[in-house]
Write a protein that binds this ligand. Structure first.
Ligand code: PLP
Length: 327
């Protein structure tokens, strides 16, 4: 798939993925709704076999890639969930996969990628440094370099989660999507434009890594400081393909702090029986940041992943005991 992805590509990806993945659940939790003042539907991408929605994109990418290219082997760069997605898909399609991850990557994600049979190279302080190194290894080893966000088939694949959301709840007022590169938020735009034009699609990013937000608001691709501790949102630049689509039909792009994301993580744990990694809680954090905007509305939040790192788990425990002592 060379051209920009379309709604039809997302429908085609749903047929591909039906062979590999069941639909993920989406639940509404009365205690969470009471706490928030809106009807919240949590789309549980944390229940994917890799613990994150990215596996939809990885499987679609490999399924639609020319066999000749697949046979050469792949290389990519990732903070962890895109890595697990490609590692999972490479195991399914019997392809060699190498992933460059930042040196301080989440050790659980590193272990999971290795256990899926891919090679992990730890390099650099952040995703940008990992990307540069992956580009040089791709040239040296003659591997197909897979971008983390600019692949039409990945956008089509992750778009299937939004088909599931809108099919289950056709009358939503809003769907809120966390953004690193923007594959999921841009796919949400394509689905909503076709099936639910009254549903606002809202993107959210950490204020400590606002490149996607600033790119969308300024209408050009910009680079920004990348200081969030929230792994899936830790990008320092805007990505061309998702930004192009979001510019056409995204309703709004907001920022939340890492502390607000941690609060939302705790609320998901205590009110929705859900262990989310930070990125998976960012959509709920966007509702909590301006509850009056969503008061009484029907809002889907994409819990995009559940691969919390050790620091996140420890903070969850600390914040949980603090909240309890204040009861
Ligand atoms: C759990 C999680 N949520 C959200 C995102 C952001 O997704 P995207 O890069 O498609 O915007 C990522 C990216 O890796 C992620 O791992």
């Amino acid at each position: 798939m060379e051209t920009d992805p379309t709604y039809a590509d997302i429908v085609a990806a749903r047929d591909i993925l039906a062979r590999h993945l069941p639909e993920t659940p989406m639940w509404s939790y009365p205690a969470l709704n009471d706490a928030v003042g809106a009807t919240i539907y949590v789309k549980h991408e944390n229940t994917q076999p890799t613990g994150a929605f990215k596996v939809r994109g990885g499987l679609t990418l490999l399924a639609t890639m020319p066999a000749r290219q697949r046979a050469r082997g792949l290389i990519t760069y990732s903070t962890g969930n895109h890595a697990q997605a490609l590692a999972y898909a490479s195991a399914v399609f019997d392809t060699l996969c190498t992933v460059v991850m930042p040196a301080a990557a989440n050790e659980y994600k590193v272990r999971a990628v290795r256990a899926l049979g891919s090679e992990v190279v730890l390099h650099g302080a952040d995703l940008a440094a990992a990307q540069t190194y992956a580009e040089s290894l791709a040239a040296e080893r003659e591997l197909a370099l897979i971008s983390v966000g600019d692949n039409p088939s990945q956008v089509a694949g992750v778009g299937t989660l939004h088909l599931e959301i809108v099919s289950a709840q056709p009358d939503l007022d809003a769907v809120i999507v966390p953004v690193g590169s923007g594959t999921s938020a841009s796919a949400a735009c394509l689905v909503a434009a076709e099936l639910a034009p009254r549903c606002r699609v809202i993107a959210v990013q950490s204020s400590a890594s606002p490149a996607g937000h600033d790119s969308w608001h300024s209408g050009s691709l910009v680079q920004r400081a990348n200081q969030t501790v929230v792994e899936g949102l830790a990008t320092g630049r805007g990505f061309d393909l998702p930004q192009r689509i979001m510019r056409r039909c995204l309703s709004d792009f907001c920022l939340v702090s890492d502390a607000q994301i941690a609060e939302a993580q705790l609320l998901l744990a205590t009110h929705a029986h859900t262990l989310a990694e930070g990125a998976g809680a960012a959509a709920l954090a966007a509702v909590l940041a301006v509850p009056s905007t969503f008061s009484g509305q029907r809002v889907a939040v994409v819990c995009s992943g559940g691969n919390a790192n050790g620091a996140e788990l420890a903070a969850l425990g600390r914040n949980g005991s603090l909240a309890k002592s204040q009861l």
